[in-house]
Design a protein around this ligand. Structure first.
Ligand code: GDP
Ligand code: MG
Length: 285
């Protein structure tokens, strides 16, 4: 992540978002399906206020399908409209468009009764860096990313992308800052490759990742590195075993923790482990 979220930035971002919010009917809050809570800023709810909102869980291609099911139930229970998507392959986009129409139907019907016909639904995408906002805008806009002309009340710098005959999308998404005040959130963001590891000690991030994987995905950890471990093996011993398997040793033959950590962090980002999620609904953050 290139942006440092100083209070000044936050204030400016908040102001920009609330200005854009005035123009729109519905917010699309984009999160990473692997960490739906850690990849959002909880302040979004306050910012969005009374606007309608759909939570869009992106990168489902990378997330654990079993954990996705738990999140589905979680959003259903909360009465929060949600859609799972894969913005690169375009999966779930049709469902998202249908969901926007469904959520907005009561408003549209009411407006129609008042004689307000041909009303268009205006949407804004919000999310922290790297969740796929730009990719979603490109995918949802499709080839015919027809940018409409000026619309009264809309600043010139904002353009509307025509999603369907009655849905418009603001072409500039609102960028929220991640919530950094919890170390676990920062770690998860580092695991999915969303923030530069320079913020975290890479060796610590890798060691904690091993700690997570051995609990949540022991078979995947075993299969990937062909290592044996049980409940008596420490996380550090697992890291040693991985280093020995991969021959990541320094000159004197001792373990090269820097390279081992780098390799593990790289592999988790490249999804060589398969589909993995890093948080589930019941978890206490
Ligand atoms: N695997 C996967 N990668 C995605 C998906 N959507 C976006 N990405 C990737 O995530 C990275 C960040 O996407 P981008 O649209 O730039 O995020 P933004 O910062 O929110 O605008 C890019 O490398 C995208 O190719 C998805 O559904 N699946
Ligand atoms: Mg972007």
């Amino acid at each position: 992540m290139d942006i440092q979220w100083y209070p000044g930035h936050m204030a400016k971002t908040k102001r920009l978002i609330s200005e854009n919010l005035k123009l729109i009917d519905i917010v699309i809050e984009l999160v990473d399906a692997r960490i739906p809570v850690s990849s959002r800023n909880p302040e979004v709810d306050g910012l969005v206020g009374g606007k309608k909102k759909i939570v869009v869980l992106n990168k489902t291609d990378l997330a654990d399908p079993e954990i996705n099911k738990l999140w589905e139930q979680h959003y259903k229970d909360a009465g929060q409209p949600y859609v799972f998507v894969d913005c690169i392959k375009g999966k779930g986009i049709k469902e998202l468009i249908a969901k926007i129409k469904q959520v907005m139907k009561p408003v549209m019907d009411r407006d129609k009764k008042k004689g307000r016909m041909n009303r268009q639904i205006k949407c804004l995408i919000l999310g922290i860096p790297n969740v796929g906002k730009s990719t979603l805008i490109n995918t949802i806009g499709g080839k015919s990313t027809a940018k409409t002309g000026n619309i009264p009340g809309v600043t010139k710098s904002n353009q509307w992308i025509k999603v369907s005959s009655d849905i418009l999308l603001l072409d500039t998404p609102g960028i929220l800052w991640p919530k950094f005040d919890d170390e676990v959130i920062g770690l998860k963001l580092a695991w999915i490759g969303s923030i530069k590891e320079t913020i975290y000690d890479r060796e610590e991030a890798a060691l904690k990742l091993i700690g997570y994987l051995r609990e949540a995905y022991p078979e995947k950890l075993h299969d990937r590195y062909k290592i044996e471990f049980d409940e008596n093996t420490t996380d550090l011993e697992i890291m040693d075993k991985i280093a020995l398997k991969r021959k990541l040793l320094a000159r004197g033959g001792e373990i090269d923790y820097a390279r081992t950590s780098e390799m593990i962090m790289d592999e988790i980002k490249k999804t060589t482990f398969g589909k993995i999620s890093f948080e589930w609904p019941m978890e206490q953050l």
